[in-house]
Design a protein around this ligand. Structure first.
Ligand code: GDP
Length: 333
């Protein structure tokens, strides 16, 4: 299991060379820093442990790029024993051969000692690249990693690749996929969302972690980035509103966190709104999670009571899946 950590939570490790974008990624995704302001961030020169006060409460360890993690001096056990996924950030706008070399070395080391850790390669900063160059670079990087792995007899290593940028939603989309692999209850969540969609003629339903805007599950109909964008933008509205009416939000870093015991229906925020050709329905599920549904034009406002009812059923089922919406229920197997 990947959950030996003292706090029992799935942990992500963010690695990559200096200036590849690690600090920027964690600042934008977890601290809502506007992407343009990452230009003024200090590059990572030390190990940075951050605790995320969200549904998963995973950690990002921002490690400096020039560090040799497999140096005997370094406490490898302590780091790798506890993580569920290693995110390796490669700057696609820069020379990447050296980065690939280090990535391959790291993967080989992990494969022999920690074969269950997911390795998630973020081919990052793709915003600055032309479409052609972007896809050539992506293919080239995948090829170079896979060649190295098969040379060493690792044909089925758990390595995945994503094209990411902090200037659009791709970084959130990639994080969502990484996180979903660490949630053992994902198939159940997807099945619940599927039946909700079928019952209410919902086009797309997402279960969002409100703080990070990572979605921890969606129904299994095809996902297009457009619907994710519409739904995630809608959360910003909710966060503002809920600061006034809603939950007691998790405290700032350093403060003792609260254990959320479940939903308090009286405070749960429910809204439905027309957005262009769509209707958006949002309901807070608990302190950390919100359900957001996207419906077509043919879903008039008077259907809301049917949706409210079915979402109530969904919410009750979710409580069975996560009897307590706290971290103990979310350990990876
Ligand atoms: P670290 O050393 O790996 O922590 O890298 P930083 O987070 O300090 O980022 C280095 C530089 O890359 C900064 O100037 C960021 O603004 C820039 N950067 C990070 N992510 C992106 C991205 O997605 N696109 C572009 N164009 N620049 C990025």
């Amino acid at each position: 299991p990947n959950s030996k950590a003292g706090d029992g939570k799935p942990r992500l490790l963010l690695m990559g060379q200096r200036r590849s974008g690690k600090s920027s990624i964690s600042s934008v995704v977890f601290h809502k820093l506007p992407p343009g302001e990452t230009l003024y961030l200090e590059t990572t020169t030390h190990i940075k442990k951050e605790s995320m006060h969200s549904f998963m409460d995973f950690q990002v360890w921002d490690l400096p790029g020039q560090f040799n993690y497999f140096d005997p001096e370094f406490d490898v056990e302590n780091i790798f024993d506890e993580i569920g996924a290693l995110i390796w950030v490669i700057d696609a706008q820069d020379e990447y051969l050296e980065a690939i070399g280090r990535l391959n070395q790291t993967i080989l080391n992990l494969q022999s000692r920690y074969p269950s850790i997911n390795i998630e390669v973020f081919v990052h900063k793709v915003d600055g690249l032309s479409e052609d160059y972007k896809s050539d670079t992506f293919r080239d990087i995948i090829q170079r990693v896979q060649d190295e792995l098969s040379d060493h007899g690792y044909e089925n290593a758990p390595v995945s690749f994503y094209q990411t940028s902090i200037y659009d939603h791709s970084i959130f989309e990639a994080f969502s996929k990484v996180i979903q692999k660490l949630i053992p209850q994902l198939p159940t969540l997807e099945a619940l969302l599927n039946s909700l969609c079928a019952a209410c003629r919902i086009e797309k339903a997402y279960l969002f972690d409100i703080m990070s805007k990572i979605y921890i599950a969606t129904d299994t109909s095809p996902t297009d980035i457009g619907s994710y964008e519409i739904c995630s933008d809608y959360i910003d509205v909710v966060i503002d509103i809920s600061e006034i009416y809603g939950w007691d939000r998790p405290a700032e870093e350093g403060k003792k966190e609260l254990i959320e015991t479940g939903n308090n229906d009286a405070e749960s925020l429910i809204t439905m709104e027309r957005k262009g050709n769509n209707y958006l329905y949002l309901r807070e599920i608990n302190k950390y999670l919100a359900l957001i549904c996207l419906m077509g034009d043919d879903s008039p406002q008077d259907k809301k009571s049917i949706i409210d009812y079915n979402v109530g059923v969904f919410q009750a089922a979710l409580k069975q899946v996560f009897p307590r919406a706290d971290r103990e229920q979310l350990q990876p197997e």
